[in-house]
Design a protein around this ligand. Structure first.
Ligand code: S3P
Length: 440
């Protein structure tokens, strides 16, 4: 593998992956630790913070909002919170880069703060739907302007000088970003704000806000979450687990490359995020979960994965939000499985950093894959032998990494152009993959 320039990643087929490793910290949890630390009173220390571009964007935005944040090492962050009053009108535009979590959650927070902010991001962010968060926030009394009737960034938010209105929001999409934006605005609303979703999405906001001292309510079916307005949030020590969405690339790589065996330490296996393990097992994969324990309110475990012959499966319904970010790499696993894999109920893939249905189908076809696009997923016929080709990441970190893993079993060289985006969530991915291949 050639890693000299991450703008162009070249992968050759070769040895199995063997060894033991951690992966960088969880992206969702790293964002939230900075944001909630900024709203709390006291010093929040974040250990194993993900120093990926997305989370660095969150630090940058909250610094521009007047919060003192130090980063003594790439993965240690210290947030000096002074409560919501410590956030001040920014004199610059808040640029979230590529990060959907930053813009959507921060818009929820800014809706409740009494000053004007302008938030924007890169080309992908400016194409992605923001109406899903601005709609409920406007309903709560926030003042938000933006392109296309406040549904596209840049957004301008003139936070309320009086309390927002607590609402019960029935979200049409299962999205933790929507749920979190409403709950965070709910911190600035009189009474209890609640959100109901069609399917359970990741619950890091509820867990971490509760640890910071917010009064969080949850329905038994997990579909409704609520928060009481105006809590006194207190600073916390946050221990960030390894990101299962990053581990997923190694889980699939080790499953498909014969002779591989990996131990991945300290991986977050929150039940709202662990769909990848269930799917790999349903496909015949050999994944063991060991030493499961709770760390700072999140479930963490060590994962052992060995290569195994995979078979096709059907993925749809309630599991989709539990593996939404893993669908590009699952599509790659399916290519090397016997039989057909169907992914359905996953139209949300189309509004991620890229349209991941169109992009993955298009790029994997360049390697000779047999994939059919569906409005809400794809049909992947496994067993085709792939040949290396020149592919494009389209600036999407997970597309770049999924293509790199496909290249491990394609004949000849697979090139991924514009692979620098990998730094968004998994800095050091190419180097780690190379080290594990040398571990054989
Ligand atoms: C995230 C939620 C998911 C996920 C994204 C991170 C979060 O998005 O795809 O990578 O941190 O809340 P949606 O909530 O929009 O599905």
């Amino acid at each position: 593998m050639q890693t000299a320039s991450l703008k162009r990643l070249a992968v050759q087929p070769g040895p199995p992956l063997r060894g033991e490793t951690e992966v960088p910290g969880d992206k969702s949890i790293s964002h939230r630790a900075v944001m909630f630390g900024a709203l709390a009173k006291g010093v929040t220390r974040v250990h194993r913070f993900l120093p990926g571009q997305d989370c660095l964007s969150t630090i940058d935005c909250f610094r521009k909002l007047g919060v003192r944040i130090e980063q003594p090492s790439p993965s240690e962050v210290v947030v000096y919170g002074q409560g919501p009053g410590g956030l001040k009108e920014p004199s610059e535009v808040l640029d979230v880069g590529n990060s959907g979590t930053t813009i959507r959650l921060m818009t929820g927070i800014l809706s409740g703060l009494p000053f004007l902010s302008v938030v924007t991001g890169d080309g992908s962010i400016r194409r992605r739907p923001m109406g899903r968060v601005t709609r409920p926030l406007l309903e709560m009394g926030a003042s938000i302007w933006g392109r296309e009737n406040a549904t596209k960034a840049p957004l301008a938010i003139n936070g309320a000088s009086m309390a927002l209105e607590a609402i019960h929001y029935n979200s049409p999409v299962a999205s933790a970003q929507v749920k979190s934006a409403v709950l965070l605005a709910g911190l600035f609303a009189e009474g209890r704000t609640s959100v109901r979703e069609p399917l359970v999405s990741r619950d890091h906001t509820e867990r971490m806000l509760a640890a910071f001292g917010a009064k969080i309510g949850r329905s038994e079916d997990g579909l409704t979450a609520s928060v009481e307005g105006f809590p006194e949030l207190r600073a916390q020590e946050v221990e960030v687990p390894g990101d299962i969405s990053s581990a997923a690339f190694l889980l699939v790589a080790a499953s498909i490359v014969p002779g591989s065996e990996l131990v991945l330490y300290n991986i977050g296996v929150n039940p709202t995020r662990d769909g990848i393990i269930e799917v790999l097992r349903a496909m015949g994969g050999d994944v063991q979960v060991e030493n499961a324990r709770e760390v700072a309110g999140e479930l963490v475990a060590d994962l052992i994965v060995r290569s195994a012959p995979l078979k096709g499966t059907t993925i749809g319904g309630a599991i989709i939000p539990r593996l939404i970010d893993e669908l590009p790499i699952i599509a790659v696993a399916a290519l090397f499985a016997e039989g057909t894999t169907e992914i359905r109920d996953a139209a949300e893939m189309r509004v991620k950093e890229t349209d991941r249905i169109a992009v993955m189908a298009g790029e994997l076809r360049k390697l000779g894959a047999d994939i059919e696009e569906r409005p809400d997923g794809m049909i992947i016929r496994g067993g085709a032998s792939l040949r290396g080709a020149e592919t494009e990441s389209h600036g999407d970190h997970r597309v770049a990494m999924a293509l790199a893993v496909a290249g491990l079993l394609a004949e000849g060289e697979t090139v991924i152009n514009d692979a620098a985006s990998i730094d968004v969530s998994f800095p050091g991915f190419a180097e780690l993959l190379e080290t594990l291949r040398r571990g054989a």
